[in-house]
Design a protein. Structure first.
Length: 356
């Protein structure tokens, strides 16, 4: 069996910015189904950061033109032509709605995106998927509200975590704190430096905490800056407590796992995250969270997180302060952390659907 896969989400994957969810799923499905051939269709030459399984190959078809017109032509014409050339038995889409062949079973996996682009391509092709798979009730609700007829074809996958995320002992935590935070406790926020992740409100909340508690605690930001986030990067240069903010721009999986395990708490301020991967990663490392009551964060955090009111900087600061001041509160949150499965669980379910 040959399965064609859109490569762009995997090309854009990174541990901090996307959680590597598309890559985790594809690699694990391929390993679980070694007799199935997976072809990643890319619009440019691509060398993955880690070697792909032997049954995964990359097929490159470069856009005819540059810019928006070139992107439109690639999606509308070059992608379907490549599927015909490959004679794919199945098509697996991650986070994108591209043209869906009428005679080939197709599956869409929505990872951390809560919405799909508006436009005729989405409206025409969304109804052609045999199954649409999501990782949270929030994501399912968003899709059903927009596409009511899709409800019976939406399936929930169990979100998971990478095996690199494990609890650290006291000596290991102290080593991480010395390496990244001058030996001090720190909050960790994982995600792109982008307005959608509410970084400016987070910085305001952190300022209020520092003024209120006069504490030495640090704030570590792990993630790359997007084009839309350049103003945030500029604002950091004059931020009053900039000496207490550490920006880790390119954290690989191992580094991010250590940062997570060494954190006092995760602070997750993304507003429409459909999976809240950093909260789950924190739980694998026995680290509690403060999170906005938005997106899939309440599902991911459960009783192991303090929920903050969206768009309320004061409430966010108070929740961060309360957790930092009260070790008993932190211990109670830790007691509510349950088992976070491996990504293998979701990959096994997805693989059975796609290959059957």
């Amino acid at each position: 069996m040959r399965i064609a896969v859109n490569a762009l989400p995997l090309i854009q994957d990174s541990p901090a910015d996307t959680g590597n969810v598309s890559t985790e799923m594809l690699v694990r499905i391929a390993r679980l189904h070694p007799d199935t051939e997976f072809v990643l269709v890319a619009g440019k030459a691509w060398l993955p950061a880690d070697p792909l399984p032997l049954n995964v190959e990359v097929a490159v078809t470069k856009p005819f033109l540059k810019g928006k017109l070139g992107n439109y032509l690639w999606r509308s014409y070059q992608w379907p032509r490549m599927l015909k050339k490959l004679r794919a038995d199945r098509v697996l889409y991650f986070d994108e709605v591209l043209p869906v062949p009428l005679d080939t079973p197709a599956y869409l996996v929505m990872t951390r995106k809560g919405t799909l682009p508006f436009g005729p391509m989405t409206d025409e092709n969304i109804r052609r998927f045999r199954k649409v798979l999501v990782f949270s009730a929030f994501a399912k609700e968003q899709l059903v509200n927009r596409f009511p007829r899709l409800a019976e074809r939406i399936e929930l996958l169990t979100p998971g975590g990478n095996e690199a995320y494990v609890p650290l002992n006291w000596e290991e935590r102290e080593e991480v704190k010395r390496e990244y935070a001058d030996g001090m406790e720190y909050f960790l926020t994982v995600g792109s430096i982008d307005p959608s992740n509410n970084i400016i409100p987070l910085l305001k909340a952190f300022s209020m905490l520092k003024k209120r508690l006069r504490s030495s605690i640090k704030l570590v930001l792990a993630g790359r800056a997007t084009a839309e986030g350049e103003d945030i990067v500029e604002a950091l240069q004059t931020y009053k407590f900039r000496q207490d903010v550490i920006w880790v721009k390119d954290a690989d999986q191992e580094k991010l796992a250590r940062l997570t395990g060494g954190a006092y708490a995760i602070v997750h301020t993304a507003g429409a995250d459909a999976m809240a991967v950093p909260i789950l990663a924190g739980q694998k490392c026995q680290v509690p969270a403060v999170a906005l009551y938005a997106g899939a964060s309440p599902e991911a955090g459960g009783d192991a997180a303090l929920n903050s009111v969206p768009d309320d900087v004061t409430d966010l600061s108070e929740k961060m302060s309360a957790l930092y001041k009260d070790e008993m509160l932190r211990s109670r949150l830790l007691n509510h952390i349950g088992r976070v499965p491996s990504w293998d669980d979701a990959a096994e379910t997805l693989g059975q659907m796609v290959t059957s």
